[in-house]
Design a protein around this ligand. Structure first.
Ligand code: ASP
Ligand code: MG
Length: 481
């Protein structure tokens, strides 16, 4: 009788878990040792590991790039030097013997490339978007190599993958979007065989490349999105986002110490929260998970036994309001058109915002006027100049968008009156309602945002509130890396 070769777990379609570790969960050797134990606890479920850069590295790379572009090459190289020392020290702590030598050589080569990029930037006196993507991507190239070596040193059969060879995007530097078909094929072709051999693939989040191989990034905080992209391509049974808080919370615990962890929420609610300023998840993360119906868990790498937050297709928290977020420092833009607002005009306005990479949050139109919210005023002068002669663009700074999210929030008419009664003494503006059933939002002066979030949190989540009102299982919002 011919003995058939045994099929691997991957081929048998068994559990597969994508585990993404944020910056603070890989920040030093203690964090990486915790990561190793967490990965070990999932070895039965075919883990694929996605890591962010070590905490603060992406910001420091950006600083080095800005310094070089501003003519301060010395200070830029000093920053690079400090990054090198930090990674080198970690390598020495986490690997030994031959693998340490090999890792040391790899780090040296990466830092050689980083230094020459910084020299180039200093020479052209500008950090253009493609150069910026190359620069910021070093963080994840380095961290993924470190974590891979640390896992191997600990006896886990890890295999490093260059994310830029499998996540393929359009060329929108700084905010690239995946080209799904090619990305899915590459991930299956590159990660699949490793899983078949029982290995643990390790890759950097955030980084990708165009079909021609030009490095891109998925936007700040984009490693969460990378994990969801990998999960969707491999039909994972779950995606785990390992961070430094216990889960998604009812609001930012820094504002309200009694904020609670939300045990379970729907994809839509979590997407809405991410869109409206909760930093725990990159806003694009949930779309691929939703499409493939893959549950996403937000977990604390300091407290791996904790239940975290489970995000699934349907979740009835039983509460009217699940969470409250605040998006800080937004600008309210008013565009006046003397000739009315036509669809061509809207298209033209959108095209100009898009060309200046200025994402628009909320939009409302009325006769002769378009109102928008944007997260940064940086591009507005250039946008106003481009639209000059067509429309008149004005904006107000120092606003915050407070947003309440809940599965049925808009179907309970009395809720809106309770919300606005709680802030009736503040100068509140309601930019636009109606686009979503799951949120109610309004603008306040930046100086009043904390107070308004605290009042609303007290209103909907204080212990005095009858349990049925907040469901007893609502929870957090989070910052975290
Ligand atoms: N390292 C990148 C950032 O800081 C990506 C990420 O951490 O998700 O934005
Ligand atoms: Mg993050």
């Amino acid at each position: 009788m011919i003995e058939l070769p045994q099929r691997s777990r991957f081929e048998r379609g068994e559990d597969l878990v994508v585990m993404k570790f944020g910056g603070t969960s890989v920040e030093d050797s203690d964090a990486i040792r915790r990561l190793i134990e967490i990965v070990r606890s999932r070895l039965h479920a075919q883990p694929v590991v996605v890591v962010s850069a070590l905490a603060r590295i992406t910001d420091q790379l950006q600083e080095a790039g800005n310094a070089a572009a501003g003519g301060q090459l010395g200070s830029a190289l000093e920053t690079v030097r400090a990054l090198y020392v930090r990674h080198e020290q970690l390598a020495a702590e986490l690997a030994s013997n031959e693998p340490q030598v090999k890792l040391g050589r790899e780090l040296q080569a990466e830092f050689g490339n980083l230094e020459s990029l910084v020299h180039d930037v200093a020479m052209c006196r500008q950090l253009n978007p493609p150069a910026q993507d190359r620069l910021l991507g070093f963080g994840e190239c380095l961290s993924s190599k470190l974590v891979n070596a640390a896992l191997r040193e600990a006896g886990v059969e890890a295999a490093h993958i260059d994310a830029r060879s499998c996540i393929v995007t359009d060329p929108r530097h700084g905010q690239a979007a995946p080209v799904w078909k090619v990305t899915n094929e590459r991930l299956q072709q590159i990660v699949g065989p490793l899983l078949r051999m029982g290995q643990v693939p390790v890759m950097g989040g955030f980084i990708a490349a165009t079909p021609e191989g030009v490095p891109t990034t998925l936007g700040r905080g984009g490693s969460d999105f990378s994990a969801a992209i990998v999960g969707a391509a491999l039909q994972a049974s779950r995606v785990e986002i390992w961070t430094d808080v216990d889960g998604i919370m009812t609001t930012d615990p820094k504002l309200c110490p009694d904020a609670k962890v939300i045990r379970k929420m729907s994809f839509e609610e979590a997407a809405e929260l991410a869109h409206f300023g909760a930093k725990v998840l990159h806003p694009s993360t949930l779309a691929p998970a939703m499409r493939e119906n893959i549950p996403v868990y937000v977990l604390n790498s300091w407290n791996p036994a904790g239940p975290g937050t489970e995000i699934v297709a349907q979740a009835d928290t039983g509460s009217m309001v699940s969470a409250i977020t605040a998006k800080r420092e937004v600008a309210a833009v008013e565009i006046e058109s003397p000739h009315g607002v036509s669809s061509e005009l809207l298209r033209a306005i959108y095209a100009v915002f898009d060309r200046h990479s200025c994402p628009v949050d909320i939009m409302a139109t009325s006769i002769g006027r378009v109102s928008l919210l944007v997260g940064s005023t940086a591009a507005l002068p250039r946008i106003a100049a481009d639209l000059e002669g067509v429309v008149n663009v004005r904006w107000e700074n120092h606003k915050s968008l407070v947003c309440l999210v809940g599965e049925d929030i808009r179907r309970q008419p009395e809720l809106a009156s309770r919300i606005f009664a709680a802030v009736s003494d503040m100068d509140v503006r309601v930019p636009c309602q109606g686009a979503s059933d799951r949120s109610i939002s309004f603008l306040v002066e930046e100086s009043r945002v904390e107070e308004s979030v605290q009042r609303l949190h007290r209103l909907f989540f204080s212990r005095q509130e009858p349990a049925a009102d907040w469901g007893g299982n609502s929870s957090a919002y989070c910052q975290a890396g």
